[in-house]
Design a binder for this molecule. Structure first.
Ligand code: SF4
Length: 330
């Protein structure tokens, strides 16, 4: 195998960003059918993306001595560096890859052979920015539709129980980024009660850090909380089986969209033009203010961008998706 047929992809660290990298990963696979593609990233994300068969080998972060040595001796022709950090460019440089392609900035241009300049956040969708890295390496953005994320996990008790009964709605009230991405919990409760009245069970989902909000939401809507009880692939399976997923602009919204679930994503301080979840059945609800998008984690002036999103707007988005009709619910 020639050097140019060995490709390294350093995945983003965040769930949503990694799912927005799927168009690039799939374009690489199509553009280089003979190549051996190696992915480096967080273990859970590698596992989640493995079903696409877009990479052949994977090394989980943090890299141990053995993995670092294996990368150094792999003789990569090209490394695509998706995170914008100095450390990720440094890793690619240390791998000895002949071509190292990533975004310019953060004092790392000298470590890259092609430092791709980006426009302002939101000029292009992030998935398109990643595709631009591929184009810099000669991989065309071929415009193929991105298929639903393959969800491959063993049946587990919560999923069996949920899929055996009447339909359910997943509500995800968390966002690790900060409160400027969190729609008020009281609105999730109001929406959840409405969905419960219409016959859907409410399942509050998120990570362990979101357990308190998910428990409160479940208690207020007669539902249940699975926060912190499932891994990413299990969360994808739960989303894929849901009548609808309503989530803040968080990894859960991206996971649900990628899994093909009817998904409503509520945006606050960030830009949906830049990071709206990908998926065939996604609706974004955002009410930008004059200060939007500020990309701040907290707000000093009252979170108007989130307060302006009413429950009615989210209900309308659910109706646009036809999510309740599919469940036989008016
Ligand atoms: S400054 Fe504006 S856009 Fe930023 S969080 Fe506050 S209200 Fe939202």
């Amino acid at each position: 195998m020639e050097c140019r047929d060995r490709v390294l992809v350093r995945l983003p660290n965040w769930l949503g960003d990694s799912l927005m990298a799927r168009p690039l990963l799939l374009a690489l696979r199509r553009g280089l059918p003979r190549a051996e593609i190696t992915a480096v990233g967080p273990a859970g994300l590698l596992q989640l993306l493995a079903g696409d068969r877009a990479f052949d080998r994977a090394f989980a972060l943090p890299l141990g001595a053995e993995a670092s040595a294996a990368l150094r001796t792999a003789a990569f022709g090209t490394a695509y560096v998706l995170p914008p950090s100095f450390s990720s460019a440094w890793q690619a440089w240390r791998s000895g890859a002949r071509e190292r392609i990533g975004f310019a900035g953060d004092w790392r241009d000298a470590l890259l052979t092609r430092a791709v300049r980006r426009g302002a956040r939101g000029d292009l969708h992030l998935s398109r920015e990643y595709l631009a890295l591929g184009e810099a390496g000669g991989i065309p953005a071929d415009g193929h539709a991105v298929p639903a994320l393959p969800v491959e996990c063993e049946p587990f008790e919560a999923l069996r129980r949920l899929t055996a009964g009447a339909g359910y709605a997943v509500l995800a009230p968390g966002a690790l980024y900060g409160p400027a991405k969190r729609w008020p919990l009281a609105r999730f409760v109001e929406l959840g009660r409405d969905l419960a009245v219409r016959g859907l069970r409410v399942v509050a989902c998120g990570g362990a850090a979101e357990s308190a909000d998910c428990a409160a939401l479940a208690a207020a809507t007669g539902g249940e909380s699975l926060a912190g009880l499932t891994n990413l692939m299990q969360q994808a399976a739960i989303c894929a089986g849901a009548a609808v997923v309503v989530s803040n602009d968080s990894g859960m919204a991206h996971l649900a969209g990628a899994a093909g679930a009817p998904t409503v994503a509520v945006f606050g301080s960030t830009s949906s033009a830049w990071t709206a979840p990908l998926g065939p059945r996604v609706r974004v609800v955002q009410r930008p203010t004059v200060c939007s998008p500020c990309f701040q984690r907290t707000c000093r002036i009252g979170y108007a961008c989130l307060e302006n999103v009413g429950v009615r707007a989210v209900r309308e988005a659910i109706e646009e998706l036809g999510a309740l009709r599919r469940e036989g619910i008016a």
